[in-house]
Design a protein around this ligand. Sequence first.
Ligand SMILES: Nc1ncnc2c1ncn2[C@@H]1O[C@H](COP(=O)(O)OP(=O)(O)OP(=O)(O)O)[C@@H](O)[C@H]1O
Ligand SMILES: Nc1nc2c(c(=O)[nH]1)N=C(CO)CN2
Length: 185
Amino acid sequence: MTSPNPYAIDADTLSGMKPIRQVVFALGSNDGDPLSNLQGAVAALRDTPDVIVVDVSSVYETDAVGGPADNPPFLNAVVLAETTLDETTLLERALAIEDAYGRVRREHWGPRTLDVDLVVVGRAQVERPDLRLPHPRAHERAFVLVPWAEVEPAGEIPGHGMIADLLESLDTSGVRRRDDLSLED
Ligand SMILES: Nc1ncnc2c1ncn2[C@@H]1O[C@H](COP(=O)(O)OP(=O)(O)OP(=O)(O)O)[C@@H](O)[C@H]1O
Ligand SMILES: Nc1nc2c(c(=O)[nH]1)N=C(CO)CN2
């Protein structure tokens, strides 16, 4: 007779375990002190229980897409993380981090102190009034895909394809890596 496996997980424990999924956050700021805003956002994500930050891209200075003609350039970056949190909790956390940095919602696509978008959460496909996943515009945004490709060259947007392929048909000339800036302490 074999003795019981001391490492065995019983069925109740197993059914209560939440899956670990990858989450990609896109950060952007073009108002106030953009570098400090992005640094604060990364620190806040690192401080989030049940979110493990796996990688942070370089900082990119990017020409503003849309918005008023005099919309200043943005600083953008991407954070890769792993999490057991569900997408609603992740959205709440992203919005709370935006609020903590004093974001004031003004003009559509106008200057903002901090934008924290959920780009993908695992392979989740969500169409709700308050949350769409994958982010509905990420696949056409060089300011998201260039930093993401830096930290995850094999990244994919479910329903849209590999980010490397998406980048081939995008103009990336308005996205400049700023190696003199860093989001790490
Ligand atoms: N994937 C997502 N990530 C973050 N917010 C989302 C997402 N899908 C829907 N939203 C909703 O979008 C709202 C944010 O709208 P907001 O005015 O910040 O858009 P924006 O950042 O100006 O533009 P864009 O959505 O094109 O980046 C949030 O309150 C949230 O409910
Ligand atoms: N370069 C750049 N342009 C934008 C950005 C952004 O983060 N970077 N965000 C927008 C709305 O979220 C609209 N336009």
